[in-house]
Write a protein that binds this ligand. Structure first.
Ligand SMILES: [Zn+2]
Length: 332
């Protein structure tokens, strides 16, 4: 019940923001070039959308707010907080004097699609779940513990919860078989899915005792940069045309994993994973915690905990569906 109230508040927040009829398109704002890239003044963007703009720590942290939508930007950082959830941008926020600047591509592909969700007439009833790895490809493994087993168990749990919530679900694999990466989005398309959700668990060899938490990936936008990349700019892929829906879906799932299942927030991230590049529908890849972390790894192997993860992901999908069905800002 509490979770439901949360969702309604969140949707309402997005709608309040999207009701700003007189807003100026970000492409019409004055541009400033930093390191060969177009940036816009955050203060101009805030004003044009009737958001307040205030330095929390002068020259370091700035807060932009309207209704119950709050964005927090930090100087030289690629991470922005959207209602308390971390979203990784392609380029760092620049600060010069009393002004903060955000890359135009980040405004267009990461911030506006989440804050000003657009109404979408596309049907959302069939969800493709893609349990990572399978067969010879074990994913993370240590001793007899193999990621491929737990991604499938999570997918099956999630399938039953999504079906109870009224969705139809297709799986790209429902046994311990290897499915080529390129075939996974193809299976989803062939079976009429409207959303693609790949399920993985994370691992690290450095700092495995401390690194834990959730990450949800969507495809790096054209002209943007993957979260782990220092250089290089992404090309356009078939999945690129679903950027706005994919980043909103990633945000809704990340938010639910953090706020409802209590995972540490490692942010909505960007990568050019093959399953995301080839997707013919909005697509995300969920890393639902670190198997390499002693405590989080033990929880992932526990069915009651996986049920909680599935509950959060279901709640994120429901929130996404409600948001795109009820958002009222159309003419961008
Ligand atoms: Zn994996």
């Amino acid at each position: 019940m509490r979770a439901r109230l949360h969702q309604i508040i969140c949707v309402a927040a997005l709608m309040i923001a999207s009701g700003a009829e007189a807003r100026v398109p970000v492409t019409k704002l004055e541009r400033v070039e930093f390191l060969g890239r177009d940036y816009v003044r955050l203060r101009d963007w805030a004003r044009s959308n009737s958001f307040s703009f205030a330095w929390v720590a002068h020259g370091e942290v700035v807060r932009v707010n309207a209704g119950s939508v709050t964005l927090v930007f930090r100087a030289d950082s690629r991470a922005v907080e959207v209602n308390g959830i971390k979203v990784w941008l392609s380029y760092p926020v620049a600060v010069r004097g009393a002004n903060a600047y955000v890359a135009l591509v980040d405004m267009q592909t990461s911030i506006e699609p989440v804050v000003f969700a657009r109404k979408n007439s596309r049907l959302i009833s069939v969800v493709a779940l893609d349990p990572g790895h399978g067969g010879k490809d074990k994913g993370y493994h240590k001793g007899s513990v193999e990621e491929k087993k737990y991604t499938l168990l999570l997918a099956r749990e999630l399938r039953s919860q999504l079906e109870r919530a009224g969705f139809s679900v297709v799986l790209t694999r429902d046994s311990d078989v290897r499915v080529a990466l390129a075939d996974r989005p193809a299976v989803a398309k062939r079976r009429g899915a409207h959303l693609f959700v790949s399920l993985h668990f994370n691992s690290t060899s450095v700092g495995s005792d401390t690194v834990r938490g959730a990450e949800v990936y969507c495809l790096t936008p054209p002209g943007g940069r993957s979260t782990s990349a220092r250089v290089g700019v992404a090309d356009t892929h078939p999945g690129s045309r679903f950027n706005d829906e994919s980043v909103l879906l990633a945000f809704c799932i990340q938010r639910a994993l953090v706020k409802e299942a209590g995972l540490e927030d490692r942010g909505v991230r960007r990568a050019q994973f093959e399953v995301l590049r080839a997707a013919a529908m909005p697509a995300v890849l969920v890393e639902a915690g670190f198997m390499s972390h002693p405590d989080e790894g033990a929880k992932i192997r526990d069915s009651a905990y996986r049920r909680e993860l599935a509950r959060a992901i279901t709640s994120g999908l429901i929130e996404y569906k409600r948001t795109v069905e009820s958002a009222n800002y159309r003419d961008r």
